[in-house]
Design a protein around this ligand. Structure first.
Ligand SMILES: [Zn+2]
Length: 196
């Protein structure tokens, strides 16, 4: 390996991040090594810690350090309502509205046939089982208002309805093309109240 072998390795590792090309990766690597070595250590430890301790909640699939996440463990939540979101970030956005007191199912993605993401990758079967537990009375589809989010909502609603589950979708009002996590909280709360 050359003198700069570990620098190359760092740049290559940073390039794994979404949206990061060679130039950005180099900038990040130089910044950390030249100006913020302590920050680089913090980053390395946080990554290691997260990889070792974070798994997925058995019930809702969101990231969790325990078998059940804090929301699923919370006996005060309304277990008759199940809100389906794409990501933990979307779930966090929904939580911040304070307008939803039910439980979640986090798809950890959305259907995207071109990228090879099918029903099994978003846990459709587990969602169907979860929704048919006899406690859930309504499944609220809160996937993004993007083409893939809409297609995902459509596929899920068909499967859930076939299984006899009541399904609602967040109302329009959320701008078309939006990822839920970037929508302002008032709009999400309205879309939730006006679901149909
Ligand atoms: Zn959970």
């Amino acid at each position: 390996m050359s003198d700069a072998g570990s620098l190359q390795a760092l740049v290559q590792a940073l390039r794994r991040l979404p949206g990061v090309g060679v130039k950005s990766a180099q900038r990040m690597a130089y910044h950390l090594l030249q100006h913020d070595r302590p920050g680089a250590q913090v980053l390395a430890q946080a990554l290691q810690q997260a990889c070792e301790h974070l798994g997925h909640c058995e019930r809702c699939h969101t990231f969790s350090e325990q078998a059940l996440c804090a929301i699923c463990r919370d006996g005060e939540r309304d277990a008759t309502r199940l809100c389906v979101v794409e990501t933990p970030a979307d779930q966090a956005a929904m939580e911040r509205t304070g307008a939803f007191s039910g439980l979640y199912f986090v798809l950890m993605g959305r259907l995207s046939p071109l990228d090879g993401v099918g029903p099994a990758d978003i846990g459709m079967q587990q969602l169907l089982q979860r929704a048919a537990d006899g406690v859930v009375q309504e499944v609220i589809l809160a996937t993004s208002f993007t083409a893939e989010g809409e297609a995902t909502a459509h596929a899920l609603s068909q499967a859930l309805r076939r299984a006899g589950v009541r399904v609602t979708r967040l109302a329009r009002g959320v701008p078309v093309g939006s990822e839920l996590e970037y929508v302002d909280l008032g709009t999400i709360a309205h879309a939730l109240a006006d679901r149909r």
